[in-house]
Write a protein that binds this ligand. Structure first.
Ligand SMILES: [Zn+2]
Length: 193
């Protein structure tokens, strides 16, 4: 019992310390995957976004683990399971959410789980809605947003997204915008003008 609490607190502290270092001190060498990638690939990462994402996640997990340990020490099995459950959820979100910071890591395969999750009609509506949008590189190359693995439905605004452009071959900030009249219905892909 004492040793379980001791282990729990140690891991909680470790998670928080590593999280704070990545999040606030830009210790990106601690990011698994990024630290071993070759420099030209590292240049394509949205490393600030990834660092904030992973850092926040680790701090949250560390805090939840500390709470779970405290609940366990106080003998509340209900709260222990609640905090452990939340921890597993956050860990899942870190892994899934982290993908978007890896340029070009997305693809149509991203829609596979949506297809499994949603009824056919809802999935088609989502595809139709998303296909009204495109992603545009500063070099002028555009791509159907759905084909990049994105999802955008009944959305407003024009967010920016880091994406590996197939025309310039590197990760750049793309504009996500609604297609103009001439672009609707077309294949959605336009070569560099
Ligand atoms: Zn480009």
């Amino acid at each position: 019992m004492v040793w379980i609490c001791f282990g729990g607190v140690s891991f909680a502290l470790l998670g928080i310390v590593v999280g704070v270092r990545i999040r606030y001190f830009a210790s990106y060498g601690l990011l698994a995957g990024y630290n071993t990638a070759p420099p030209e690939e590292q240049a394509r990462y949205d490393v600030t976004g990834l660092g904030n994402h992973v850092g926040n996640g680790l701090i949250t997990i560390g805090t939840l683990l500390a709470l779970a340990t405290a609940a366990f020490g106080l003998g509340s099995s209900t709260w222990t399971s609640v905090f452990v459950g939340l921890m597993v959820g956050v860990a899942f979100l870190i892994v899934v959410g982290g993908q978007k910071f890896l340029p070009g890591a997305r693809g149509p395969g991203e829609h596979r789980w949506l297809r499994r999750l949603l009824p056919e009609r809802a999935f088609r509506a989502l595809e139709t809605g998303t296909r009204q949008w495109l992603i545009e590189c500063p070099c002028g190359r555009t791509q159907d947003f759905w084909d990049t693995g994105g999802v955008r439905y009944k959305a407003v605004g024009e967010p920016r997204q880091l994406y590996a452009c197939s025309a310039c071959g590197r990760g750049r900030w793309h504009k996500v915008r609604k297609k103009g009249l001439g672009e609707l219905g077309g294949p959605g892909n336009r070569p560099v003008p």
